[in-house]
Design a protein around this ligand. Structure first.
Ligand SMILES: [Zn+2]
Length: 200
């Protein structure tokens, strides 16, 4: 019997939303970033902020990691290692940011709807992507059914399913409260009737 492979991801970013943030001030006191690029000389992935010199022996390549560009970030609850995370995003247009001790993803470029790329970055880091993006993937020229888009779609579907199961649980709770209120009313009404007693 074949069993569908279960996707192992973390659920804590499912309900996250983009947060407005102005990167033009407060660096590096209020916020920091970790960005990765490939060394143009040797191909090593270099993580850091601003100009980063290649640390491979004998290589004199440098990269310039410019950091976040669009005025938003997308929270990554519970992220532990920003350097490792940034490394996994070296071929994307996203970097890791830290604001008031909390980590997030931020775009290093923009100009078009990058929901696919944002979802891919969350997935790369092991998170089911926020429904805010997962439920709003744009139909874009050039996108086709392949290994990459299939993975993104599978994770996005899982993400939306998780969120909908949470909402259904909320519905159950409201219904439970409704039942409780109605039962209380019935009990109170019965007491009142009992007090009035038989009239003759
Ligand atoms: Zn190098």
């Amino acid at each position: 019997m074949s069993k569908k492979k279960e996707i192992m991801g973390r659920c804590d970013a499912v309900q996250e939303k983009p947060i407005d943030y102005d990167w033009s001030e407060g660096y590096p006191e209020k916020w920091e970033y970790w960005e990765a690029s490939e060394c143009p000389e040797c191909g090593k992935i270099l993580v850091g902020a601003g100009e980063v010199e290649c640390d491979k022996a004998g290589c004199d390549g440098t990269v310039y990691n410019e950091g976040p560009m669009m005025n938003y970030y997308y929270p990554l609850p519970g992220l532990e290692d920003p350097t490792e995370a940034a490394k996994k995003l070296s071929d994307t247009c996203l970097c890791i940011v830290q604001i008031d001790g909390e980590y997030g993803l931020a775009l290093t470029g923009g100009g078009m709807d990058l929901s696919w790329e944002i979802c891919a970055a969350f997935i790369q880091l092991g998170y089911f992507p926020p429904v805010h993006f997962a439920g709003n993937l744009p139909k874009m020229a050039g996108k086709e059914w392949n290994k990459d888009t299939r993975t993104i779609i599978e994770w996005c579907k899982e993400s939306v399913k998780i969120a909908s199961s949470w909402v259904l649980r909320d519905l159950e709770r409201v219904t439970e409260i409704e039942t409780w209120l109605k039962e209380n009313k019935k009990k109170n009404d019965n007491k009142k009737t009992a007090k009035v007693g038989p009239t003759g």
